[in-house]
Design a protein around this ligand. Structure first.
Ligand code: CP
Ligand code: NVA
Length: 309
């Protein structure tokens, strides 16, 4: 059966770990796997802007011996005249996999249900699971084993990043705390799903209104823009609501002394994080950005192997 990667919990703990192991190997020996030799094509579709995702998938597919086809939805029939399911039926006749950055998670589900090739979520309004593979790889590189580490995500708890942190950390057996104000909490169904996974993996899940309690003793502190793509109209109210969740040097003093700082980028310095933190010694954002390449290559290799299984 075709495997897709639409949410972080589409991978079991063992599968997530296997992909991270593969990413480490590919990072050390970048051109060692050529599952797309031919070359076969991977379609990478964007409804929203991107720098890291676009470049890392384009370079990653080429590294694997394949040919990336970058499509802007604005210049395609998808989103206008054609449904995700019909688009997928056409693409699967020509490409090895489909990667899609979009708005509603339901569009990704429709595309995945309608096709025999793997579909990868390159960011939706609900989740950003490729970013989380890169973030977990980065944390592993700097801290060793993931299980048992405590991660604090500050800011917009309903964002794709916060919700992916909930699921991915639960799968990894980590302790995930979201620090977010009322009306900016994660969706309850995502919290419930993360909680159920954490019960099996030995992790834990907490959603806290107090930013200091969320960060207390954490091994990793994470934030993301307060104004995700598609939310630009809410900018003023978001800045007002989320101000006390800014990651400042003072807030970092409540985390573990050697806590890492992560941010998926792009960042709004002075809003969700002070420049002295994101550009300071605890920040690993450039490793995190590079790891998009290695983590997504590992994901593609793994998904294509399942096709042959
Ligand atoms: N972090 C991330 O997904 O960046 P882009 O929007 O540039 O792809
Ligand atoms: N939460 C952000 C992530 C950008 C990579 C957004 O959706 O815009």
């Amino acid at each position: 059966m075709t495997r897709h990667f639409l949410r972080d919990d589409d991978l079991s703990p063992a599968e997530q770990s296997e992909i991270l192991d593969l990413a480490v190997r590919l990072k050390g020996d970048r051109f060692s796997e050529k599952p797309l030799a031919g070359p076969q094509t991977v379609a990478v579709i964007f409804d929203k802007s991107s720098t890291r995702t676009r470049v890392s998938f384009a370079v990653g597919v080429a590294d694997l011996g394949g040919s990336p086809l970058i499509i802007s939805t604005a210049n395609s029939q998808l989103g206008g005249k054609e449904t995700p399911a019909d688009t997928a039926r056409v693409l699967e006749r020509m490409v090895a996999a489909i990667v899609w950055r979009t708005y509603a998670q339901s569009g990704l589900e429709e595309m995945a249900n309608g096709t025999t090739v793997p579909v990868v979520n390159a960011l939706s309004d609900e989740f950003h699971p490729c970013q989380l593979l890169a973030d977990l790889l980065t944390i592993r590189e700097h801290r060793g084993a993931l299980a048992g580490l405590t991660v604090a995500f500050l800011g917009d708890g309903g964002s794709n990043m916060a919700q992916s942190y909930l699921l991915a950390c639960a799968v990894a057996g980590m302790n995930i705390r979201i620090g977010a104000p009322i009306d900016y909490e994660p969706k309850q169904h995502v919290v419930d799903e993360a909680f159920a996974i954490a019960e099996r993996t030995g992790g834990s899940v907490a959603v806290l209104a107090d930013p200091i309690a969320a960060v207390g003793g954490a091994d990793v502190v994470v934030t993301d823009t307060w104004v995700s793509m598609g939310r630009e109209d809410e900018k003023a109210e978001r800045i007002a609501a989320l101000g006390s969740y800014k990651v400042t040097p003072e807030l970092m003093t409540h985390a573990a002394e050697d806590a890492l700082f992560l941010h998926c980028l792009p960042a709004d310095r002075g809003y969700e994080v002070d420049a002295s933190v994101i550009d300071g010694p605890q920040s690993v954002i450039w490793d995190e950005a590079e790891n998009r390449l290695h983590a997504q290559k590992a994901l593609l290799v793994w998904l294509l192997r399942q096709q042959g299984a």
